[in-house]
Design a protein around this ligand. Structure first.
Ligand code: FES
Length: 121
């Protein structure tokens, strides 16, 4: 939660896209093994084409929700998505990043995960 004296956010939205790659056969898998690098490049290119103002899309290391990946998280909302395809990213881009809505079918809840996740108290 922001404190009153905090400066305003530098970016309107900051998107972190996991690009971590683990060796083949790793029990947790990895987002890059599920095509996250090329999908991230697609998202960045589409965001640029659309001229999204105040939105930064960055590659991230492991976000520790590997089994649900590929994953990305949008701040300042802290909304997580698990996506699979370029069409999924188009929907996130148009619904969330452009219009401020949510793509419910792709959202990850704190309790989602192989061990029930770790919801914040
Ligand atoms: S490899 Fe993407 S969340 Fe861990």
């Amino acid at each position: 939660m922001p404190v009153a004296a905090d400066p305003p956010p530098y970016y309107r939205l900051h998107v972190f896209v996991c690009s971590n790659r683990r060796p083949d056969g790793h029990p947790r898998g990895s987002c890059a093994a599920k095509n996250s690098e090329s999908l991230r490049n697609y998202l960045k290119a589409r965001a640029k084409e659309l001229g999204l103002a105040g939105v930064r899309i960055n590659s991230a290391g492991c976000l520790d929700r590997c089994e649900l990946g590929p994953t990305l998280v949008v701040y300042p909302e802290g909304v997580w998505y698990g996506y699979r395809t370029a069409e999924d990213l188009d929907e996130i881009l148009e619904t969330h990043l452009l219009r401020g809505g949510r793509v419910r079918r792709l959202m990850l809840r704190p309790e989602d995960g192989p061990d029930g996740g770790h919801a914040v108290a």
